[in-house]
Design a binder for this molecule. Structure first.
Ligand SMILES: NC(=O)c1ccc[n+]([C@@H]2O[C@H](COP(=O)([O-])OP(=O)(O)OC[C@H]3O[C@@H](n4cnc5c(N)ncnc54)[C@H](O)[C@@H]3O)[C@@H](O)[C@H]2O)c1
Ligand SMILES: O=c1ccn([C@@H]2O[C@H](COP(=O)(O)OP(=O)(O)O[C@H]3O[C@H](CO)[C@H](O)[C@H](O)[C@H]3O)[C@@H](O)[C@H]2O)c(=O)[nH]1
Length: 329
C-alpha cells in the first residue's frame, strides 16, 4: 500500500511527505522539479522525476506500486502568471490532472486527495467563507483549480474512486523541526516576503493597499501553518480509508490577520526593523478572505496544533535563516 504524492518536492507537498513518512507510510513522490527541490525528499522515500502529464510514466509507477491513494499537489501556483499565461495554467493544472485521473481510474486507485484553493471563491461578499459560498474565481489559476474539482466530482460519480478536495487559504510557516520550508524563488506570499526582508534578502516590503474596509485598512487573510495543513491531508486519507464519504473542505483557522499585523509580528519575532512601503491595492485582492473551517473540524479528525501567527512566523523565519546559510538545491 503506497501513497503516491505528486508535487511532493514542493512546499506543501514536502511537509505532507514528511508527515506521511513520520508515521511509517510507504510513499512515492512524482515531481518534475520545476519549482520543487530534490533535497527535501526524506530518506526512504523514492522520488520519480517526471511529469504528471506523462501517461506512460504514470502507468509504470502505478504498475510498480500498489497505489492506495494519490495526494495531488503538483501544479502551477502564481496567480498573476496565470493571467498572462492562461493556457499554460489550464494545461498544467487541469489537462494534466485529467491524465493523472485517467491513470488512477485504469489502475483502480480508490482514493484521491486534491490541493484546491480559496481562489475558487474569487472576491466573496460574505466572510467567513463556507464551502457553499458561490464559486466565482477571478483568475485562470482559480478557474483551473475549480475545473479540476468538477472533473474529480464527475469522475468519482462514475468510477469507484473517492476523493477529498482541500481548499487551502493562506499557507505559511515551515516544519517545526526545521526539515522543510518554503524555498520558492521569486516568492510573492506575504509572510515569505517579510521573513526575506527580516533576514536581509530583500530591502523592503510593500503593503498593497491601506484603504480597505478592514480594522487597520490593510488586507486580512487566514494564515494556516503548513504542518497543520499537512496533518489535514493525513486526516483526509484516514477518513477515506475508513470508507467515509469524501467531499470538499476549507482549510484555514477561521480567523484572520492583517498585513500590518503580519509585519508587526515578523518585526517582533525577528527583532529586525522592516522597511515598509505603502502602495496601491494589488489587482484582484479581496479586502478580507477568512475561512469557516467548521466542516473540516466536524468531519475529519483534525485539530490544529500551530494556530498562532507568532509561531508560524518563527518557523518561517528559522527556515529563511537556514536558506541564507545553505541555499536549497
Ligand atoms: N502555497 C499556497 O499558498 C497555496 C494555496 C492554495 C493552494 N495551493 C496548491 O497547493 C499545491 C502545492 O503548492 P505549493 O505552494 O507547495 O507549490 P510548489 O510550487 O512549491 O509545489 C508544486 C510542486 O509541483 C511540481 N510540479 C509542478 N508541475 C508539475 C508537473 N506537471 N508534473 C510534476 N510535478 C510538477 C513542482 O516541481 C513542485 O515541486 C498546488 O497545487 C497549489 O495550487 C497552494
Ligand atoms: O508583498 C506583499 C505581498 C502581499 N501583500 C498582501 O498580503 C495579503 C496576502 O497576500 P499573499 O500574496 O501572501 O496571498 P494571497 O492572499 O494573494 O494568495 C493566497 O490565496 C489565494 C486564494 O485567494 C491563492 O490560493 C494563492 O495561491 C495564495 O497565495 C494580501 O492582502 C496582499 O495584498 C502585501 O501587502 N505585500
Amino acid at each position: 500500500m503506497t501513497v503516491l504524492v505528486t508535487g511532493g518536492a514542493g512546499y506543501i507537498g514536502s511537509h505532507t511527505v514528511l508527515a506521511l513518512s513520520d508515521r511509517g507510510e510507504d510513499v512515492v513522490v512524482l515531481d518534475n522539479l520545476s519549482t520543487g527541490f530534490r533535497s527535501v525528499i526524506p530518506e526512504g522515500v523514492e522520488l520519480v522525476v517526471g511529469d504528471i502529464g506523462d501517461r506512460a510514466l504514470l502507468d509504470s509507477v502505478m504498475d510498480r506500486y500498489e497505489v492506495d491513494a494519490v495526494i495531488h499537489f503538483a501544479g502551477s501556483i502564481v496567480v498573476p502568471d496565470s493571467v498572462t499565461d492562461p493556457l499554460g495554467y489550464y494545461l498544467n493544472n487541469t489537462v494534466k490532472t485529467r491524465e493523472l485521473l485517467a491513470a488512477a481510474v485504469v489502475h483502480a486507485v480508490p482514493r484521491f486527495i486534491f490541493s484546491s484553493t480559496a481562489a475558487v471563491y474569487g472576491m466573496p461578499e460574505i466572510v467567513p467563507v463556507t464551502e457553499d459560498t458561490v464559486l466565482a474565481p477571478i483568475s485562470p489559476y482559480g478557474s483551473s483549480k475549480l475545473m479540476t474539482e468538477w472533473m474529480l466530482r464527475d469522475t468519482a460519480a462514475a468510477h469507484p474512486l473517492n476523493y477529498v478536495a482541500l481548499r487551502y487559504f493562506n499557507v505559511a510557516g515551515a516544519d517545526p523541526q526545521g526539515r522543510a520550508g518554503q524555498s520558492t524563488a521569486r516568492a510573492t506570499h506575504l509572510i515569505k516576503v517579510a521573513v526575506e526582508a527580516a533576514t536581509g534578502a530583500r530591502d523592503q516590503v510593500s503593503i498593497f493597499g491601506t484603504d480597505y474596509d478592514t480594522p487597520d485598512g490593510t488586507g486580512v487573510r487566514d494564515y494556516i501553518h503548513v504542518s497543520d495543513l499537512a496533518a489535514a491531508h493525513l486526516a483526509a486519507l484516514d477518513h477515506l480509508r475508513a470508507g467515509e464519504p469524501g467531499g470538499v473542505f476549507n482549510c484555514g483557522y477561521g480567523h484572520g490577520a492583517s498585513v500590518r499585523q503580519v509585519l508587526d509580528t515578523v518585526q517582533r519575532v525577528s527583532g529586525q526593523r522592516i522597511d515598509v512601503r505603502e502602495e496601491e491595492r494589488r489587482a484582484g485582492d479581496p479586502a478580507s478572505l477568512v475561512s469557516d473551517p467548521s466542516l473540516l473540524r466536524q468531519t475529519l479528525d483534525w485539530t490544529p496544533q500551530l494556530d498562532d501567527l507568532a509561531v508560524i512566523v518563527e518557523h518561517a523565519l528559522r527556515w529563511e535563516q537556514r536558506l541564507r546559510q545553505r541555499p536549497t538545491v
